[in-house]
Ligand binder design. Structure first.
Ligand SMILES: NC(=O)c1ccc[n+]([C@@H]2O[C@H](COP(=O)([O-])OP(=O)(O)OC[C@H]3O[C@@H](n4cnc5c(N)ncnc54)[C@H](O)[C@@H]3O)[C@@H](O)[C@H]2O)c1
Ligand SMILES: [Zn+2]
Ligand SMILES: [Zn+2]
Length: 373
């Protein structure tokens, strides 16, 4: 099968690998579409310690092509989305409902293995590493059955795939993790695939106002097209917190050093020390900031102690803290009902051979790129 393999930082190459065989409790999926998420680029750039050679890609959707022993509830021909947070279902974190923190599967997100530590990718005698429990930049992916979410046949693969990571992360950050309530004001920093999905989540939850900040005017425009009420094009000199406070003056009361105004919820879909602190500092007293961006995996965040005393919350989220088997079908039902325009997030479609171009455009061109097979 053809797959995009990363052997050295900065260079993805199409290679022919063996078609992987599903073991017990696993399925093989013929990948039909996979979104290109910024986390893949972070690995390509060598900023995340993933063992190489590796097949990246973690926003896959496709058709079940073979089922391993013991898989009774999925059949060849079923349409599935490959979730990055399958969970094992039985560990303490899974039982508490935090599947993204699963004690069994989560440690394997970036160690080259699948949910239970197994490896299925080979090129002759050579072992090839997995990424994010799926490796969807390939014609076929073998995954743990729990990593597959059955979805309706009428959802196009290039839409369904978005819910594997970017859409579930952004939508879930707003709806699940932050719990946006009707009438609230939400700030989203970074309007890429994840941030735009956070805008859609906030709008779906009934936010009265959704303020977006991005370096790109085109990204801000797309966010407004998707329902953002205000946008701020930022550069290095922008004081985002004071701009947001000026826009929201009279709505919150800032507390010590707050300066008035402030948003109920802020979502950082960029992920630097600066953007995470800005998200937190733009909150009203008692507001909630959720960091989902990881532009710099080694970043630290420093915030005023008194803003914590004022009951502002700074937290983060893996994959929007969703319950994949519940929330992915729900998100797609909203799409099918015409109430969530996921199709407008997809601005570019490429064959696997053009994966390099899709990567190079991340954060440059607005919207999501999808590889279709
Ligand atoms: N927590 C999770 O589970 C999870 C899941 C998916 C992605 N991510 C992370 O989320 C981040 C966003 O991913 P994406 O796929 O949406 O990326 P993207 O490249 O599609 O979008 C990033 C956007 O941020 C903007 N931007 C960059 N620096 C900025 C700054 N300083 N201020 C304002 N805007 C800025 C860019 O112009 C771009 O529009 C990445 O760091 C990715 O690794 C995390
Ligand atoms: Zn992702
Ligand atoms: Zn678990």
């Amino acid at each position: 099968m053809r797959a995009a393999v990363l052997r050295e930082a900065g260079r993805l190459a199409i290679e022919v690998l063996d078609v992987p065989e599903p073991g017990p409790g696993e399925i093989r999926v013929q990948v039909r579409a996979t979104g290109v998420c910024h986390t893949d680029l972070t690995v390509v750039e060598g900023k995340m310690p993933v063992p190489r050679p590796v097949v990246l890609g973690h926003e896959g959707a496709g058709v079940v092509d073979a089922v391993g022993a013991g898989v009774a509830d999925l059949s060849v021909g079923d349409h599935v989305v490959l979730t990055i947070t399958p969970g094992c279902g039985v560990c303490r974190q899974c039982q508490l409902g935090a599947l993204g923190l699963c004690e069994v599967a989560a440690p394997h997100m970036i160690d080259g293995r699948l949910s239970y530590g197994q490896q299925r990718l080979t090129k002759g005698a050579e072992r090839i590493n997995h990424f994010a429990l799926q490796s969807s930049f390939a014609e076929y992916a073998v995954v743990d059955r729990r990593a597959a979410v059955k979805v309706p046949d009428d959802v196009p693969f290039d839409i369904a795939c978005l819910t594997a990571c970017g859409v579930s992360t952004g939508f879930g950050a707003a709806v699940v993790r932050a719990g946006v309530e009707a009438g609230e004001t939400v700030l989203v920093i970074g309007a890429g695939g994840v941030g735009l999905a956070a805008v859609l989540g906030a709008v779906t939850a009934g936010a009265a106002r959704v303020i977006v900040a991005d370096r790109s005017a085109a990204a801000c425009q797309l966010a407004e097209d998707l329902g953002a009420t205000d946008s701020i094009v930022v550069d290095e000199d922008t004081n985002l917190v004071s701009r947001v406070r000026a826009l929201t003056r009279g709505t919150g009361g800032g507390g010590l050093g707050g300066g008035g105004g402030g948003v109920d919820v802020a979502i950082d879909a960029v992920g630097t020390g600066g953007t995470a602190a800005a998200a937190f500092n733009a909150l009203r007293r008692g507001g909630r900031a959720v960091v989902v961006g990881v532009a710099d995996p080694r970043a630290t965040v420093s915030v005023p102690l008194y803003h914590l005393i004022d009951q502002r919350v700074l937290t983060g989220s893996t994959n929007g803290s969703i319950r994949p088997q519940v929330d992915i079908p729900r998100i797609l039902d909203l799409y099918r009902a015409g109430r969530l325009p996921l199709d407008r997030l997809v601005t570019r479609r490429y064959p696997l051979e053009d994966i390099g171009q899709a990567m190079a455009e991340l954060g440059v061109k607005p919207g999501r790129a999808v590889i279709t097979f």
